[in-house]
Ligand binder design. Structure first.
Ligand code: BEZ
Length: 212
């Protein structure tokens, strides 16, 4: 099944390094980053999982949490966690789903056989507290993901959910944002953006980030 932005993230029950997980129940009312990796005991994945663990406070600040998945079995995950902790100097603080029957991988279309046979590629699903898929990213096995970028996307989603703005290229917290083109009422613009705006074109209006 192709999953698209705005779809409800499929629910599942699967074993993990933190015990059995019913996904929707586990997600609760938080943002979730569900990310797949090709295999245990591989170098890039080891760095990705270690780095994600180091970002726990950054995820918590955004009411978000991470969960990883690979098609390897639980006993393999458990052994690998020791390596991750030792080599990346961190305690693993989020679950890794064991998916030897490929239940999760199939539901989320994480196996791209023309890229990597029988293993999950590096997909990322950012899921909101209503269980809606808000972002998908797909990377090849050879390229480790940028987890600062994943946090940046969550920041953008949370900002644009609450203000009539969108975030421009390379936006980061505190940077100027754009007023959505559908907002044309000058009185409303003044009320929503008291710091004013610069119109480079009628459709390209920059304003300071409204929640700063
Ligand atoms: C890795 O995580 O290092 C990796 C996994 C599969 C293929 C290539 C690299």
């Amino acid at each position: 099944m192709t999953l698209r932005l705005g779809d409800i993230a499929p629910d599942f029950t699967q074993e993990s390094t933190e015990g059995p997980i019913s996904f929707h129940e586990w997600a609760g009312k938080q943002w979730v980053v569900l990310f797949s990796h090709p295999a245990d005991f591989t170098p890039v994945c080891t760095t990705e999982l270690g780095f994600t663990a180091k970002l726990k406070d950054q995820f918590a600040k955004r009411n978000a949490k991470a969960i990883a998945v690979s098609v390897d079995p639980l006993d393999s995950h458990r052994k690998w966690v020791g390596d991750i902790e030792e080599t990346q100097d961190v305690r693993l603080n989020f679950p890794i789903l064991a998916d030897p029957d490929r239940k999760v991988a199939t539901l989320y279309d994480m196996i791209h056989p023309n890229s990597l046979a029988n293993l999950t590629v590096r997909t990322v699903f950012i899921i909101d507290p209503d269980k809606k898929i808000r972002t998908t990213l797909t990377y090849p096995a050879s390229t480790g993901r940028n987890f600062h970028e994943i946090l940046r996307v969550i920041d953008s989603l949370q900002l644009t959910d609450h203000h009539k703005v969108a975030t421009p290229a390379n936006w980061e917290q505190g940077g100027d944002v754009v007023i959505v083109p559908s907002l044309t009422d000058e009185a409303e613009i003044k009320q929503r953006f008291p710091k004013g705006y610069r119109a480079l074109r009628p459709y390209l209006r920059l304003t300071p980030q409204p929640d700063k």
